[in-house]
Write a protein that binds this ligand. Structure first.
Ligand code: NCD
Ligand code: ZN
Length: 362
């Protein structure tokens, strides 16, 4: 009997975690060869994923989103059930008719706000939300959520303060101007954002949710900057100090249905990250549930993982909860140093680290 078998046989019930299959409510899959390489990672763990529209050029119309969806469907491994849900990229010119078309498509479930210049491929983003009044009115009327990259795009604002400033200068006024608008505050990174979402009035104002990434739950900014500059920990919004990480973790394990899983997995080549001007984004699609299980386990809150990963996002988007399952087992394994994508290399988040949970694939 080899060591592996011995270990399997001595496992107890506590060493398995079987949950309803999760969904990823914030994902970047790009296009072409990268799409083909990364999508199988997500489809292996998740039943659905909300695909972000920041391609070059961006997905600004329903027609573009439907064509992109077909390319995504073509990249799903044979025999795997996986549903891509689509988003449109809001611009100063998005019309009310375009919003109505998006809603009618049945597969576009949100409209993404990138403040111009805030992050990767956001040059075509919104320069002034007042330009978007017609689109926002229509979204409010149809119940189509606005998904916000919640950072001030004012270059004068310190990068560590951009999320907090966004709440005061953009998000709070927006929710009072459009009191029925549903909003998702994407990839929150601060105590202020977690508190804003937890305490937001949703009786007189529209529903609000927030996604939380594995990197913001696992790491603070020291991981990126102490002892050397580590570009694979650089994403936007940037990692914050430890008090913020703790506030995010408390929100994620709180059992509040306002907080749900969105990996923000964002493939960039090793070369583009290890660069004098490195790209923002962490790649987690290959081991997302292992990363979340690690941090929920460290917080003694594994019993809260299923709600966060599999229920609350579906409930927010008014989609049925999944019925099939995903099993993880307590089994140390090492995150690979690199993943090969065609002729390129992607460095996964936590490369070479040992993680304590591993997905069991049928
Ligand atoms: C994302 C990307 O690379 O597309 N990068 C990131 O750091 N999160 C864009 C985004 O979600 O901001
Ligand atoms: Zn993102």
């Amino acid at each position: 009997m080899d060591l592996q078998q011995t270990k399997m046989q001595t496992k107890s019930q506590n060493d398995f975690l079987k949950i309803i299959r999760p969904d990823d409510w914030h994902l970047h899959v790009r296009d072409g060869a990268v799409l083909a390489a990364v999508l199988p990672h997500t489809a292996r763990q998740f039943s659905r994923a909300l695909v972000m529209p920041n391609l070059k050029p961006p997905i600004t119309t329903t027609a573009l989103a439907l064509a992109y969806r077909q390319r995504i469907l073509a990249a799903i491994p044979f025999g795997r059930a996986f549903e891509p849900l689509m988003t449109l990229y809001l611009t100063n010119d998005t019309s009310a008719d375009e919003i109505a078309r998006a809603q009618d498509s049945g597969v576009i479930v949100g409209i993404k706000l990138y403040p111009a210049g805030a992050t990767t491929n956001s040059d075509a983003g919104v320069t002034d939300l007042r330009q978007c009044a017609a689109a926002l009115e229509m979204m409010q009327k149809l119940g189509l959520p606005l998904l916000v990259h919640g950072e001030s795009a004012d270059p004068a604002v310190d990068i560590f303060d951009r999320e907090k400033v966004f709440i005061d200068t953009v998000l709070a006024p927006l929710r009072s101007d459009y009191p029925a608008l549903k909003v998702v505050f994407e990839h929150i990174t601060t105590k202020e954002a977690a508190e804003y979402v937890a305490q937001a009035d949703t009786v007189r104002t529209g529903a609000i949710g927030a996604t939380i990434t594995p990197q913001h739950l696992l790491f603070n900014r020291n991981a990126m900057l102490a002892g050397g500059i580590r570009p694979h920990y650089y994403c936007l919004p940037v990692l914050k100090r430890e008090t913020h990480r703790q506030a995010l973790l408390a929100a994620a394990v709180s059992g509040s249905p306002r907080f749900f899983l969105g990996t923000d997995s964002a493939p960039h080549t090793k070369q583009a990250k290890e660069n004098a001007c490195g790209c923002a984004g962490c790649y987690t699609a290959s081991h997302a549930m292992e990363l979340y299980a690690q941090v929920f386990d460290e917080a003694h809150a594994l019993d809260k993982l299923e709600g966060f990963a599999s229920f609350y996002g579906a409930d927010f988007y008014q989609r049925p909860r999944n019925t099939d399952t995903l099993t993880l087992t307590r089994q140390d394994w090492q995150v690979p140093a690199e993943l090969r994508v065609e002729s390129e290399v992607i460095v996964p988040l936590g490369a070479n680290d040992t993680l304590r949970w591993q997905c069991v694939y049928a």
